[in-house]
Structures are given as structure tokens and as C-alpha cells.
Design a protein around this ligand. Structure first.
Ligand code: ZN
Length: 667
């Protein structure tokens, strides 16, 4: 079921439940509440009773928790939303009426009509039909013009063609991953329909109030990496995140071999955000035979697929085999149900979830789990940032209720206080200005998703305000693809950036200073060219284009190397920070020669996408009602323990820092 929440939602998106689209025509949101223990048959009977005699319902189906009815009566289809609204209020489910295939317009006629109804300025890019769902998927440069004022244009399309429209934004920067996702869903529409129906059948399969609730730590506790939690009630088994620790060979994967984890009995998986330590192992679930849904936001769906594909490449580049293939990622795409922030959805008979903005990376979510009609409420923060950044609004910490909070602690120690952002920004500005003035190049190794986009916004503003000279900023590595995803989902960005994109200021990501480096030849031109800024992956100099640039730029004192993110122990970045003066460069035949590092080295702190210690404590302290139990994870052991101790002392809340494989009973 989808329904409005009465809590603070950070975005004003419309629901777009099963299609990753921007709108969802019909299906009125209703207050969150289970339907009083009705069986599926009773529920359908009740719905049909509320419809007029000439409704001519020919079939019914689930799309996740939504109930879809099909009608053979064209005029009822046009007025159906009025009836559905009234019924939804009684049965507390999301209901939508669509056309039976017998009354759908022929495809050619429908295309003609849609093109006549939608103004040309909407820049329609593609129109695809999904006959199994009686839907038409319209991709446009300006989706707002396809939706129309208060959905008027959508209504016209449905009335005149009988196809129910779903609207998507054309990526302003070409995006292979978005195209792959959309193409996969369209080309497998029959399988997708069957999957969504099955997911719904599971949700409506009886309701028993749960007598107990417990969570098991399968990974990412007293450590960072491989985040994974198993939530169990007598009725449901739900996985929260399924990450991989890329820095560790021994402890790379969560404990999916723990006795209580059985992939074939898993009901649902919820992914907070795309980073590999939270989503890197999701495809393996499909390899092991999982057929159920993955719940996350639309940007997370795209970014995690991108990072997983990159992970396969990196593993291969290092001479290792990834435990899953691109085919498993396709299965993940086909089985993902995207949710907006604030959209309430039943995922099993006794668990209902809502995702909230976590302020960490695009689409990152904190999950609220409402169990057994209020028997227990859990909030799992995922990774969070509790102050505003350029890209994102701060994490939401207002929930209807929360008895148990599971919180990260990456910066959980008392001395983990981050430098002021303005100071960090002016430091970057100064380094770039000085380097350019002496005719040098600035190399910034970056992570593909998150901080690189934050840095792009900073550089764009520095150039616009003339604080820094206008030089080309080259982007090399997967961050260009990630940026394309950012531009596709402006609804998930901060108000300020969203206003800039939709207003006269323009989209900062499309600024002409940013130039993509797409080939080795282009990279060589950058290296032999004039003063510039180069942003390249990997962020810790553990391979990829950033290392290529370093080899060519390191022996000139005119150039600068700037670290803006954490350099893991053992990484080349870490070694240079610690004073390495020579870079070993392959001279062929297994031999290395040493090149002296003469470029100037800088480390700028303060761009972290994680909450620092103060933010973490504030996050808990400023919750609407304090939780009864706090479970601390996602931090080195000392940080988990220290933060748990502080929360206990300061707020008098029971707080624990469990080990991996420990189970905590919540009820
Ligand atoms: Zn993260």
C-alpha cells in the first residue's frame, strides 16, 4: 500500500511506486493503516462493492502493495479515480483502475494522440507501451509539461487513449545505466508484471500480530564495510543492506552463511544507498536464488548498478573474479521496487516501510519500519549527514514513532569533529588558484559517487564568482556516469540546487567548464595540455585513471595533488600522505623505476558525507521522541562503543554496540 505520511518529508515528489517514473496517475494516497485483518478475498469483495454496476471489472492484479483493477468500460475509466478515492479511505490500500486490453488504443493511434496532447516544448524522447500493465511510459526532457497543471495532461492522455501514462525525465547528460534500467524494465515487462503481482500476494498473505521482533548483525558492526542486518518476526524475514568490504580480502562479505539466514526464505531486501559497503553484494542474492523485491529509491537503483558493474571491472583488473555477473545485476534491476522519500509501503503482512532523506549521497535513505500495526518501530539510519551540504538537505530525524534506532558511527569518537566547510572550500580554491598561476595542473583523486559531485558544485561556483580562474575541469572515470544519474533526479537534490536547475541559474552539472575524458588518447591530451583541474577515480590512488595522471604529473613542482577524502591504510594515497617521496613506475619486464614526487601535496578535510561526532549526538538528541534502545554500528570498534556510551550517559537510553553475528531481541 502507498499512502501519504503525516510526517516531515523532505521532498515534494509524487508517488511513483512501481515504475521509477515521476508521476503515478490515479491511485489516491490514503492514511497509513492495515486493513483490519481482512483476507485478500474479503478485501477484493469490499473494493468491488464500492464500484458502480457498470464498472465492468475484467481482472485484478497487484503491483507490489498496490491493487490494480482493469475495466472494459471506457467512460468508467475516466471517472474511476473518484470511486477509488472513496474505497481507498475504507480499505486503506492504494487502488488504481486501468484499461482492459480490449479498450486500449492501437499503439500508432495512441502515439499520435499523445503527441497532439503534449506540447512540443516537453521534448518527448520516447514513448513505450507496457501492454501487461496497460501503461505507456513517456520519457521527456521536461516531464512537468507531460504531467500538466495538477496532472491535467496525464488525465487527458488516459482519457483519450486508455493507456495509463508514467513519465520519466530524459537524462540531461547521456546515461548508459539509466537507459539500461529503463530498457530492461520495458523489454521484460511480462516478467516484471508477474514479479510485481507475486510481491503483492506476499504482502496480502494474512496478518498475525508479531509476538517477537529481533535483528541479527550479519556485517558492518564494530567495523566499516559489508553492512548487513537481518530483521525477523514470526511472519517476516527482511534484509537491510547487503554490502561488501572492498578493503578486506578476509572479511569482505557479510555472514550469509549464518544459520538463521536462508536466502530462499527471504521476503524483502531494503537498500539504504548505493555505496558498495551497503549494496555491493546484492546481485549475489539473485545468483543464490532470491526472487523477491529490492526496495530503494530510484537514484539508488541506478547508482548501485553502476557501482556494482564498476566493481566487476575493478575485480577483473586486479586479476580476481567477482562473485556475481552483469546478468545478476540485471535480475536485481528487474526485481527492484523504487520508493520516494515519505512514501509508505507494506512489504510483508506485518512490516510497512517509509524511506527518508539521509543527506549522505543522492537517493540515500534512512528506513523507518513499522511492525505489526505499531507493535514496534525501528529506524535504521544507513549512512547519514546531519548538516546541509551543497548537494543535499540534512538527514531527517523526525519519525512518527521509533522504539529502536540503529545508527552509524563512522565518526563516532569524541575527537571526530570535522573542519568547517567554508574553510575547506577556500583552501581548495587557494591551492587551485596558486597552481594555475604558476602554470601547473591540479590532480584531485575522487570517489565516483558523492564527493565528486559536491566538488563539481564548489568549482562551478568558484568559477562563476571569479574566485578562481576559468580553466577546464576534466572528469575521468565513472564519476561522469554518476553525475548523469544526479542530473536525472533533481527531485532528490537540495532545494538550492533544484531551484538553480529549474530556474534561470541553470544546471551547474552542465557547466561548460566540465569536460569528460573518455579515452586514453583524450587523457594524453590533458596531460600534455595547459593548466587545468583533473578529477579522477580511484579516490585512494589504488588503480584507475588517477594513478595514470599521477605517474605523468608527479615529477613537476608546478603541479599539485589534493586529497579530499579518507585514504585507507595501505593505499598509495595513504603512503604519499605519510611522506613517500618516490613513485614506483613499471618499466616493463616486471621491473620498476622510481620517479621522484616533486608536485606539492595537500590534504583538505571537511568534505565528508558522514555526520561527525557532534552531528551523530545531535541527531539522537533532537529526535521527536527519544528511542528506547539505540544499536550502534558502522564504525571501528572503539567508535561504536564510545558513541553507544555517550548516548547512554547523555540521554539515559539503553545503547549497545553488538558484534557481527549477535542478535538483539527488540520485543
Ligand atoms: Zn555510504
Amino acid at each position: 500500500m502507498v499512502s501519504t505520511n503525516n510526517n516531515n518529508s523532505t521532498t515534494t515528489n509524487n508517488n511513483h511506486h512501481n515504475g521509477s517514473g515521476i508521476n503515478e496517475a490515479g491511485g489516491e494516497p490514503v492514511p497509513a493503516c492495515l486493513a483490519g485483518g481482512m483476507t485478500r478475498e474479503e478485501l477484493f469483495k469490499k473494493i468491488l462493492e464500492g464500484l458502480p454496476e457498470d464498472a465492468s471489472i475484467s481482472g485484478q492484479r497487484f503491483e507490489g502493495a498496490s491493487i490494480i483493477l482493469f475495466t472494459k468500460n471506457r467512460s468508467f475509466l475516466t471517472v474511476s479515480s473518484e470511486f477509488v478515492k472513496a474505497i481507498a479511505k475504507t480499505v486503506k490500500k492504494r487502488i488504481e483502475v486501468r484499461a482492459d486490453s480490449s479498450i486500449l488504443d492501437e499503439l500508432e493511434d495512441a502515439v499520435k494522440k499523445i503527441k497532439a496532447i503534449v506540447p512540443a516544448e516537453a521534448e518527448i524522447n520516447s514513448i513505450d507501451f507496457d501492454p501487461y500493465a496497460s501503461r505507456v511510459r513517456i520519457e521527456a526532457g521536461k516531464p512537468g509539461l507531460v504531467i500538466g497543471k495538477e496532472g491535467q495532461t496525464l488525465f487527458q492522455i488516459k482519457r483519450d487513449t486508455c493507456w495509463t501514462p508514467l513519465v520519466f525525465r530524459t537524462p540531461p547528460l547521456k546515461s548508459d545505466i539509466i537507459n539500461t534500467i529503463r530498457h530492461t524494465i520495458i523489454s521484460k515487462s511480462k516478467a516484471r508484471s508477474e514479479f510485481l503481482n507475486k510481491a503483492g500476494e506476499r504482502v496480502y498473505n494474512g496478518i498475525k500480530p508479531p509476538k517477537w521482533v529481533r535483528v541479527s548483525a550479519l556485517g558492518g558492526f564494530r567495523e566499516v564495510g559489508r553492512s548487513c542486518i537481518l530483521l525477523q518476526t514470526p511472519e517476516s524475514r527482511i534484509l537491510l543492506d547487503c554490502g561488501v568490504n572492498v578493503a578486506s580480502e578476509e572479511n569482505a562479505y557479510p555472514y550469509l552463511d549464518a544459520g538463521e539466514f536462508d536466502v530462499t526464505k527471504l521476503d524483502a531486501v531494503i537498500i539504504t544507498h548505493a555505496h558498495l559497503d551497503h549494496a555491493g553484494l546484492v546481485p549475489i542474492l539473485f545468483k543464490y536464488g532470491y526472487q523477491g523485491p529490492i526496495y530503494c529509491t530510484a537514484p539508488t537503483q541506478a547508482l548501485m548498478a553502476l557501482l556494482q558493474l564498476d566493481f566487476i571491472d575493478v575485480m577483473q583488473g586486479n586479476g580476481k573474479t567477482c562473485p556475481y555477473t552483469a546478468a545478476d545485476i540485471k535480475e536485481e534491476i528487474l526485481h527492484t521496487i523504487t520508493l520516494d522519500y515519505g512514501e509508505v509501503t507494506d512489504i510483508t503482512p506485518d512490516v510497512r516501510i517509509t524511506l527518508y532523506n539521509a543527506g549522505h549521497i543522492l537517493g540515500s535513505a534512512t528506513v523507518h519500519l513499522h511492525i505489526g500495526d505499531g507493535v514496534h518501530n525501528i529506524v535504521y539510519t544507513g549512512d547519514l549527514k546531519f548538516v546541509k551540504t551543497r548537494l543535499l538537505e540534512p538527514a531527517t530525524n523526525r519519525f512518527p514513532r521509533c522504539e529502536t534506532l540503529i545508527i552509524e558511527s563512522t565518526y563516532g569518537n569524541p575527537n571526530d569533529i570535522q573542519q568547517d566547510r567554508d574553510e575547506a572550500e577556500s583552501q581548495v580554491c587557494r591551492i587551485i588558484t596558486e597552481t594555475i598561476a604558476r602554470g601547473g595542473k591540479v590532480l584531485i583523486p575522487v570517489l565516483g559517487v558523492g564527493r565528486s559531485q559536491e566538488l563539481m558544485l564548489i568549482l562551478d561556483e568558484l568559477v562563476k564568482t571569479k574566485a578562481m580562474p576559468e580553466v577546464p575541469v576534466y572528469l575521468d572515470g565513472m564519476m561522469w556516469d554518476a553525475t548523469a544519474v544526479y542530473t536525472t533526479y533533481p527531485e532528490f537534490l537540495s532545494n538550492r540546487i533544484r531551484n538553480a536547475i529549474f530556474g534561470s541559474e541553470g544546471n551547474p552539472f552542465l557547466s561548460p567548464i566540465f569536460k569528460r575524458v573518455g579515452s586514453r588518447a583524450e587523457r594524453e591530451l590533458v596531460i600534455s595540455g595547459g593548466p587545468c583541474v583533473i578529477m579522477a577515480t580511484s579516490g585512494m590512488l589504488v588503480g584507475g585513471p588517477s594513478v595514470e595522471y599521477l605517474k605523468h604529473l608527479c615529477d613537476s613542482p608546478l603541479n599539485s595533488l589534493v586529497f579530499i577524502n579518507y585514504q585507507g591504510e595501505g593505499s598509495l594515497g595513504n603512503k604519499i600522505q605519510n611522506g613517500w617521496k618516490h613513485l614506483p613506475i613499471s618499466a616493463g619486464g616486471g621491473k620498476h623505476e622510481l620517479v621522484e614526487i616533486k608536485m606539492s601535496i595537500h590534504t583538505v578535510e571537511g568534505f565528508s558525507a558522514h555526520a561527525d561526532r557532534n552531528e551523530l549526538v545531535n541527531y539522537v538528541g533532537k529526535m521527536q521522541g527519544l528511542p528506547k534502545l539505540v544499536i550502534v554500528g558502522h564504525g571501528e570498534a572503539s567508535k561504536c562503543i564510545n558513541l553507544a556510551g555517550q548516548i547512554r550517559k547523555q540521554f539515559r537510553i539503553e545503547s549497545v554496540a553488538p558484534l557481527d553475528l549477535e542478535t538483539v531481541r527488540l520485543k
